[in-house]
Design a protein around this ligand. Structure first.
Ligand code: NAI
Length: 698
């Protein structure tokens, strides 16, 4: 049942009933039109109320229909709204909980609206690179006033019903109900009171003007263009609302439709819709059903109070979960504690955190030097030095003291989680939780599933990730997991580009113009070039045939580790993060190039971007092939939330789809011809080759 029909005396009550938020999918739309027809045909009915069953009026489009032909199947939302508008009997929308997107547009087609306080009202389409496409840009300005309507449409943010009701002259709500509980009764009574009023009031007939007219829209456009950067939709929202003030209603509707369809076809909107779906999909694990029972996690222990341990602890403190931190020495604990305090204090200073909240969070944190104090914790996260011997000692201790059923997690970034699990007699309880630095800020969490990790452990950690507001992506065990395994290839390309003729600035500038938050050399300086150096030294042993540029090693030999030494690929002034090009580094690169007998060539920005991005794509395809990641969308989530990949490009795999996999492979074949590059690496991953042969996408 997707809409319920009841008659209360002389008023019909239609309740949308499509949990969780009464999305306006095909079946719901049909049920609504059938109920509307029934109400109009029923001679005992004088007026109709439309409301939503459960906790929402309607959240708008049904995401299950997203992008499918069903979304447009008649009766589409336009036809439904038209039918409501044309109803011979008055229709009252009774709004509560959530009234968003198509839900708000539907209510704007009703003759009257009565709202409960506390309802979230929004037109969020812009967040998917679109604009409201069922009259929202034409009706909301008429009902609410041009400025507040434009603000809502351009931002996509929700506003509480009681605030909207206070706007002077607003006609969005004819009445506010006393509460959500009394809404239905009040709406029925209201419907009765207007049952005989004719003509029926229509939002489309309301005037729509802004006193400053075109000047106002010019200001709005300037403002929006400054903020929207790579996204076309916000500016189109301004155009659509301006049209509402200039055109006849029907012409404005046609204009809105045209803009909507054009935006649907932009790569930016496709990227945002991909992101929206990928984010939801990432929490689904093919062989771990959503109803898998979860272990209760009411307290956490963290081993190691260094850079990562402190940040990891803050996540749980912020979520109200008590944390006990263990170190080997009191000084290390004191240092870790001081860093956490400093972090919170700077948030308080900036007004981002209330002082009492800060105290409350700190009161959840305790410290210890003894493993025996950890035995009651439901989960422990290890963040000690990245050495197998140290991890072994720690996990043996944890195996000894932790209670049965406790989850044992490692924050290792490169070590084999299966080996770590084997140090214990309970490998089923061991998992990797790979946080990104700074761990209290970065959204991404790679959840590393060991060979023996139990399903309920995985399900528990995924749910916990949501609680601490992380975007969790499951990765299988491999060197570097998803993100760092791919970034190694990207870094290798960066090195080759220097050897062949680029400067670090040129490479960084090109990829930043493409939209990355930071190019590879600025990123190296931020993360510490010594980390990559340590990994390469290991690689030289493990994979002696793998080709690397030696330039980064030369840089590290000079002690230029990056921001922490105020010198890396660039120079840094104390306390500042702006990179300043350094002539010595340029000369070092040139001298090394000369020693290899390479004549520098001019390398286009296009080549730089393609080599960097397609290296991610090919390694990503291997990762999919090997089942390390379950979906291409998971890889995109890793890159969008952890590595500053441009949002409007939707992640490396989505970007490759946009470019066309055939074209990607053509470019890779060209790169393989370059004797200074790594021909072996540019062999397309089997999955990539297969998709091209079948004309498919990731
Ligand atoms: P860190 O050197 O800042 O902190 C490590 C802390 O562990 C130190 O305070 C040390 O005193 C303590 N420690 C060492 N051995 C111990 C033991 N046996 N028992 C108790 N405490 C011990 O290191 P960081 O950067 O916090 O890294 C920790 C882990 O997180 C490593 O596995 C690293 O690979 C991983 N990681 C680091 C990232 C980063 O950007 N720094 C990012 C993601 C993961």
């Amino acid at each position: 049942m997707t809409a319920l029909y009841q008659v209360h005396g002389d008023v019909a009550l239609i309740s949308l009933s499509n949990p969780p938020v009464n999305g306006l999918g095909y079946a719901t739309r049909r049920a609504l039109t059938e109920a509307m027809a029934r109400g109009n045909a029923d001679t005992s009915v004088r007026a109709i109320v439309i409301t939503g069953a459960g906790k929402a009026f309607s959240g708008g489009a049904d995401i299950k229909e997203f992008g499918s032909p069903k979304a447009l199947q008649e009766p589409n939302l336009h036809s439904v709204i038209l039918m409501v508008e044309n109803s011979a009997k008055p229709v009252v929308a009774a709004i509560h909980g959530v009234c968003m997107g198509g839900g708000l547009e539907l209510s704007l087609g009703c003759h009257y609206r009565i709202a409960a306080p506390g309802c979230s009202v929004a037109l969020p389409e812009v967040k998917l690179g679109l604009l409201p496409g069922a009259g929202g840009t034409q009706r909301l300005p008429r009902a609410l006033g041009v400025e507040p309507a434009l603000n809502m449409i351009v931002s996509g943010e929700s506003v509480k019903s009681e605030l909207l009701a206070m706007l002077p002259g607003q006609k969005l709500f004819d009445k506010m109900a006393a509460s959500a509980e009394s809404l239905e009764q009040e709406a029925l009574a209201f419907a009765r009171s207007v049952a005989d009023v004719r003509p029926l009031p229509l939002v489309r007939n309301l005037p729509c003007k802004h006193p400053q007219g075109d000047a106002y829209f010019q200001f709005a456009r300037n403002m929006v263009n400054g903020m929207a950067k790579n996204f076309p939709a916000p500016a189109k929202c301004v155009d659509a609302v301006q049209a509402a003030t200039q055109k006849k209603f029907e012409d404005g509707m046609a204009f809105e439709r045209e803009l909507f369809i054009n935006l649907m076809w932009t790569s930016e909107s496709r990227a945002l819709r991909h992101l929206f779906m990928a984010e939801r999909a990432a929490s689904k694990i093919p062989d771990v059903p959503e109803d898998t029972p979860k272990r209760a996690i009411q307290s956490i222990a963290v081993i190691g109070a260094g850079t990562m341990g402190g940040g990891i602890a803050m996540n749980f403190l912020n979520a109200g979960i008590p944390v006990k931190m263990l170190e080997m020495k009191q000084e290390a604990l004191d240092r870790g504690l001081a860093t956490i305090r400093k972090n919170y204090e700077s948030q308080v200073k900036k007004g981002k955190l209330k002082a009492d909240k800060y105290e409350q969070r700190m009161s959840l944190l305790t410290t210890t030097l003894s493993y025996d104090d950890l035995r009651d914790a439901d989960m422990v996260i290890e963040a000690v030095f990245e050495e197998m011997g140290v991890k072994e000692a720690v996990f043996k201790e944890l195996d000894r003291v932790m209670k049965a059923g406790a989850i044992l997690a490692s924050n290792t970034s490169t070590l084999d989680v299966n080996k770590i699990a084997a140090f214990t007699k309970r490998p089923q309880d061991v998992i990797g939780t790979h946080f990104f630095s700074p761990a209290n800020i970065m959204k991404l969490l790679e959840v590393v599933r060991g060979e023996k990790t139990a399903k309920d452990v995985l399900a528990t950690v995924m749910a916990l990730a949501k609680k601490i507001k992380k975007t969790a992506v499951v990765s299988g065990v491999c060197d570097g997991f998803i993100g760092n395994r791919m970034i190694e290839q990207y870094g290798r390309q960066g090195g080759f580009l220097l050897d062949e003729g680029c400067t670090p600035q040129q490479v960084d500038r090109a990829i930043e113009k493409f939209g990355f938050a930071m190019g590879p050399f600025r990123m190296g300086d931020l993360a510490g070039n010594d980390i990559g150096w340590a990994i390469r030294k290991r690689r030289y042993q493990e994979k002696p045939n793998m080709k690397y540029s030696k330039t980064a090693d030369l840089l590290c030999e000079k002690g230029r580790f990056g921001q922490k030494t105020s010198a890396g690929w660039y120079d840094y002034q104390a306390g500042k993060r702006e990179p300043i090009p350094n002539q010595e580094v340029i000369q070092m690169i040139e001298a090394h190039r000369a020693s290899l007998g390479i004549k520098p060539r001019n390398i286009s920005d296009e080549e730089i971007v393609q080599r960097l991005v397609f290296s991610l794509v090919n390694e990503g395809a291997h990762i999919l092939d090997e089942g390390i990641a379950a979906r291409a969308g998971d890889i995109d989530m890793v890159y969008l939330t952890g590595y500053g990949f441009p949002i409007h490009r939707g992640g490396p795999m989505n970007y490759a789809n946009e470019v066309g996999l055939f074209n990607v492979v053509q470019a890779m074949n060209r790169f393989a011809q370059n004797p200074l590059d790594d021909a072996q690496f540019w062999q397309p991953a089997p999955l990539l080759a297969k998709l091209v042969a079948e004309g498919k996408t990731f």
